[in-house]
Design a binder for this molecule. Structure first.
Ligand code: 26V
Length: 893
């Protein structure tokens, strides 16, 4: 292909772009020398000292390296490079820089032997890596230039990268932000998880309904991982316990893949070690020879299933054996890996708590309690008490939800079958634990009135004849027990993973101030009363690198210019320096023009994903998060319906008074969650009606952006002007997108729930559009809901519209009944209670938006007061108050 046709093909003058560094030029000396070595040894490569290669890499221009990668790694002619090939060339080049710094960091830490934090998480929602790696490594100048010469921009190439969507939502993205901060603070720390081959499903829309397809994110290879095929741990399942030791029936290998995590403004590069599941033997030749082809590969398929798919976390389909397999799979591999490293330099297992802390991200990794005990006792030969002491000093637990249905409870039967030795250990932990409480409980029971009322006593005698007598002390101990009876299925016993986690850990924390209080009063009440000192709060945070500096380069530049330095990127408290400019009209103008550019980018994204054109002079109103009844996307839609009806009812003259709005929704519904899927249909159906109604024209648009993920969030958040965080008070543990919006100067409409409360404290409650009932009243209001009439004519209008003839007969009847027909349902999330106040807050938004200076001032104040919500602050607190891990920065020389 001639150079002119290639440039036509790809719309870029590539021959021009490549001229200064064309491959026909002699290679830089060092690289040529390496090639020469090969020649002289007749094709047998002599080992080249790594140091020489590294020195050379530092000197060689990024351009040359990229072109070599395109030529020899991607294997294409640099004259006809596609965006994907250019991305590959750049990514594989950045990878080398990353690995250099990674190796140095890990070697330094091996030498210094500091205490490590190991973040155990079933989810890491990393998104894309290229921009983050280039910027964190400080390569933007050198690589930016080289990429431009290729005829692309960093942004364009980054868009070629598949998202690593190894998480469901907030919990997984939090883990990813934490890794960024751990590296940035130079804390010795690794993440441990699963290298799912299929991440979070891809969402499509069919007739306005969600459709799901697999997310095969590794199609084009993954430049950001280093396979460690030599590092494989045996993981067992099933079998029996013989002479106190476990003899599993089935075994697989957990093979390590390292994903270097570059810190910002430091030489430190941390690690995310993910495990892939592989069979012990690839292939049964004997079966194959007998013509049993599928049997020959059975074991391989079965093993690979374990790390194949990420489970949706917000469906109520717990209890699946494969999920428990995944949990023990990565937890066991992580602990074995840690112990193996520890044993290289330490003899006494008692030192483990001074060298390692495992943070368990929700209940998914909490089998770690039993697994660490098993390894210490069965493999290291420790006595029970010594092992328990080490375990409870090495583990820490974070709770991320108060939804009772989300707290994992494994049937004892499943646990005993899959992990017989672990079940034995759990039973012993439970029994010792209850023994330790027996004296206390006995005295409490003894101090209670023994004599029941006469009629109750008579009833009790009748019942006693049918059932064996219940020991009152044992009955009172049940509330502390790890092993509990399934309330829905008599006789079925369950392992309460959250209880095991808190008993087996040195600390239990919630993720926002209100949430940490709620867990002490509800799910962990009895445990809190026993050991209040174990309970902590660690309000979540998000990385200001990805979520402001890199996703919003326009604003980032303005902030740096205004503050006189870019130090705010790692010291976010400096953002308060923006406050003094909040009233400055010229500054406000610049702030607004950046928002407008970001809105344009968002409008382009909407057009390309949905075909819908949205005007940039409208207010961009965004709600992006998992679709759930407790998050109340339907409440948002009720307000949209109300707005629509009001516009329709207005005269042409009156219509001029409406502030034009684009309501943008994004998020996935768990595939088994019927009501959440109906909520998506509600959004798309309203969009179909409203967007095509000439009467409302550009005054109102409703857009559902399909397949919401990390990289879409990076475009949506900077372009948003108001964002919705409207969960029923007391239900959202924290929320983290609220923090990202705040950082980007996007105003918030929200309930007093999760981290909204702390955001309101930082930014001023009067600056947030706050509405809704109080968390402390929820219990009572739920009880009263049946007799509570929504005293607002607009509510009835909205309900009638949704069940009327605009839509297919009965389409939204179930959704409406759930919140409005108290003979059938109970409006559990109290939409009826919050509706009127929500509309009031919505009106306030419109009023303020008409005063653009006042609006912009608030926007500036939001960003200026967002410093607290950096994950650097949060991780610093974890490090000091839970982990006792200190920074160990790699020296610059
Ligand atoms: C929620 C639910 C709701 C009911 C149905 C079953 C179910 C299963 C799982 C979950 C959530 C699991 C934990 C989780 O993802 N929590 C999220 O963690 C974020 C990071 O701390 C936090 O910001 C979110 O508020 C919290 O929902």
């Amino acid at each position: 292909m001639s150079s002119s046709s290639s440039s036509q093909l790809f719309g870029r003058n590539l021959s021009q772009a490549l001229r200064p560094v064309s491959l026909s030029r002699p290679l830089p000396q060092r690289v040529a020398a390496v090639t020469d070595t090969k020649k002289k040894t007749n094709g047998k490569a002599k080992p080249v000292p790594m140091e020489l290669i590294r020195v050379d890499q530092q000197k060689a221009a990024a351009e040359t390296e990229i072109l070599r990668k395109i030529a020899y790694q991607v294997g294409v002619d640099a004259e006809s490079v596609t965006a994907q090939q250019a991305y590959q060339g750049v990514a594989w080049t950045v990878r080398e820089r990353l690995i250099d710094a990674f190796n140095k960091t890990q070697a330094y830490w091996r030498e210094k032997d500091p205490k490590f934090i190991y973040y155990l998480s079933a989810e890491f929602l990393m998104g894309r890596t290229l921009t983050n790696a280039v910027n964190n490594l400080g390569l933007e100048g050198e690589f930016g230039e080289a990429i431009r010469k290729l005829g692309y921009s960093l942004e364009e190439l980054q868009s070629q990268e598949q998202n690593a969507s190894l998480g469901n939502g907030g919990l997984g993205r939090l883990a990813a932000c934490f890794l960024d901060s751990i590296a940035t603070l130079s804390l010795p720390g690794w993440g441990y998880g699963i290298r799912y081959r299929y991440g979070m499903f891809r969402q499509g829309l069919e007739n306005g309904y969600q459709s799901e397809s697999p997310d095969y994110w590794l199609t084009n290879g993954n430049p950001w991982e280093i396979p460690r095929r030599e590092l494989a741990y045996k993981i067992g399942f099933y079998g029996s316990v013989q002479q106190g030791k476990w003899v599993p029936d089935e075994q697989v290998y957990a093979v390590a893949y390292d994903n270097p995590i570059p810190g910002y403004g430091t030489k430190t590069v941390g690690n995310l070690r993910l495990f892939d599941c592989q069979p012990m033997s690839e292939f049964k030749l004997a079966s194959f020879n007998e013509g049993k082809y599928s049997e020959a590969t059975d074991a391989k398929r079965k093993a690979e299933d374990i790390s194949a798919v990420l489970y949706p976390n917000d469906a109520t389909e717990y209890g699946r054996e494969l999920r428990l397999k995944q949990q023990i799979f990565f937890v066991s591999a992580a602990i074995q890996d840690t112990l193996a490293r520890f044993k290289k330099t330490h003899k006494d297992m008692k030192e483990l708590p001074s060298k390692a802390c495992f943070q368990m991200n929700d209940t998914h990794p909490t089998i770690a309690v039993a697994e660490l005990m098993r390894l210490l006792i069965d493999q290291e030969g420790l006595k029970w008490d010594a092992a328990w002491d080490i375990t409870t000093k090495s583990l820490a637990f974070t709770n991320h939800t108060v939804m009772p249905e989300a707290l994992e409870k494994w049937p004892v039967k499943v646990m005993a079958k899959l992990l017989p030795r672990h079940m034995e250990i759990i039973e012993k932990i439970d029994s010792i634990w209850k023994d330790s409480l027996r004296a206390k409980v006995t005295s409490e029971v003894g101090s209670q009135p023994k004599q029941a009322a006469p009629e109750k006593a008579a009833e009790a005698t009748k019942e006693a004849a049918a059932e064996p007598p219940v020991d009152p002390v044992e009955a009172a101990l049940a509330k502390y027990s790890i092993i509990t009876e399934n309330p829905w299925e008599k006789g079925v016993k369950l392992v309460n993973m959250a209880f095991m986690a808190t008993i087996g850990s040195k600390s239990t924390n919630g993720v926002a101030a209100i949430h940490s209080e709620i867990i002490k009063e509800t799910i962990f009440k009895d445990f809190y009363e026993l050991s209040p000192e174990k309970f902590q709060n660690k309000t979540n945070g998000v990385t200001p690198r990805r979520w402001l500096a890199y996703c919003n380069p326009g604003l980032s530049k303005l902030i740096t210019k205004t503050l006189g330095s870019d130090e705010w990127i790692s010291k976010t408290d400096q953002l308060t320096g923006l406050k003094q400019h909040a009233d400055d009209k010229a500054f406000q103008k610049q702030w607004r023009s950046i928002k407008l550019e970001n809105k344009q980018r968002l409008a382009d994204l909407i057009k390309s994903k949905t075909g819908i054109s949205v005007p940039t002079n409208a207010l961009y109103d965004v709600q992006i998060k998992r679709i759930h009844e407790y998050k109340r996307q339907h409440l948002n839609m009720f307000s949209v319906v109300n707005r629509y009806l009001e516009i329709k009812a207005a005269s042409p003259e009156e219509r001029k008074k409406f502030v034009p709005r684009v309501v943008i929704i994004g998020g996935k519904a768990a595939s088994a969650y019927v009501m959440a899927k109906k909520m998506i249909k509600l959004v798309t159906s309203l969009g179909d009606v409203i967007n095509n109604d000439p009467e409302v024209s550009d005054l109102l648009k409703v857009v559902f952006i399909p397949d919401y993920n990390v990289s879409l969030a990076e475009t949506i958040i900077p372009g948003a002007e108001v964002s919705q965080h409207i969960s029923t008070a007391g239900t959202e543990a924290s929320g983290t997108s609220n923090m990202k919006f705040q950082m980007n100067g996007c105003l918030i409409i929200g309930t007093m729930d999760g981290a909204n409360i702390e955001i309101a404290q930082e930014s001023g409650k009067e600056n947030m559009f706050v509405f809704g009932v109080d968390a402390k009243d929820i219990g009572r209001l739920r009880e009263e809901r049946k007799n509570f009439k929504v005293n607002d004519p607009r509510w009835e209008k909205v309900m009638s519209f949704l069940t009327g003839n605009t839509f297919e007969q009965g389409l939204f009847q179930d959704l409406v009944d759930n919140v409005n027909d108290m003979s059938k349902a109970n409006d559990w999330f109290l939409l009826g209670n919050d509706f009127t106040d929500y509309l009031r807050a919505q009106d306030e938004i419109d009023v303020l938006y008409k005063d653009q200076d006042a609006w912009t001032k608030r926007s500036i104040l939001y960003t200026a007061s967002s410093g607290f919500f950096s994950s650097d602050r949060c991780i610093d607190q974890y490090a000091k108050e839970i982990w006792d891990v200190k920074p160990c920065p790699v020296p610059s020389s």
